[in-house]
Ligand binder design. Structure first.
Ligand SMILES: [Zn+2]
Length: 131
């Protein structure tokens, strides 16, 4: 938990964390300073990270519709379909993908109430993934 120590040290900079990156990568980034409107390395790193996060933000094409007593309904906006995910003693199942591990299930497992359900059922011996 070195981040915490850093925060404690620089009390004023609570809104910032320190991340260590390989020297090689840092030197590559340095080459961009002064180009493309970048004034500092921090700016370059920020921009790169922002782009990556936007990319993974594509997850937003899933919407949690509701949790049922034996599963969860996840709308896949891209496919225009609803994944009616089933949670049974034998495991978790997505009918759209015919799979027990797919992006719909991973999305559902990110939802706090689904997590709770899974944890509860796991204790009862259901064969479910970690949540
Ligand atoms: Zn699926």
């Amino acid at each position: 938990m070195s981040e915490k120590t850093k925060d404690e040290k620089n009390g004023k900079e609570d809104d910032y964390v320190t991340v260590r990156i390989p020297k090689e990568l840092s030197e590559e980034a340095d080459k961009l300073i002064g180009k493309k409107g970048f004034k500092s390395k921090a700016e370059i790193v920020k921009e790169a990270l922002r782009e990556l996060l936007d990319h993974y933000g594509e997850d937003k094409h899933f919407q949690m519709l509701n949790r049922t007593s034996d599963g969860a309904k996840v709308r896949d906006v891209k496919l225009g379909q609803v994944a009616d995910i089933k949670i049974t003693p034998e495991g978790i199942y997505c009918p759209i993908c015919d799979a027990s591990n797919c992006e719909h299930i991973r999305f559902a497992l990110d939802q706090p109430d689904v997590k709770n359900l899974i944890r509860r059922k796991k204790k009862e011996g259901w064969k479910l993934p970690d949540a």
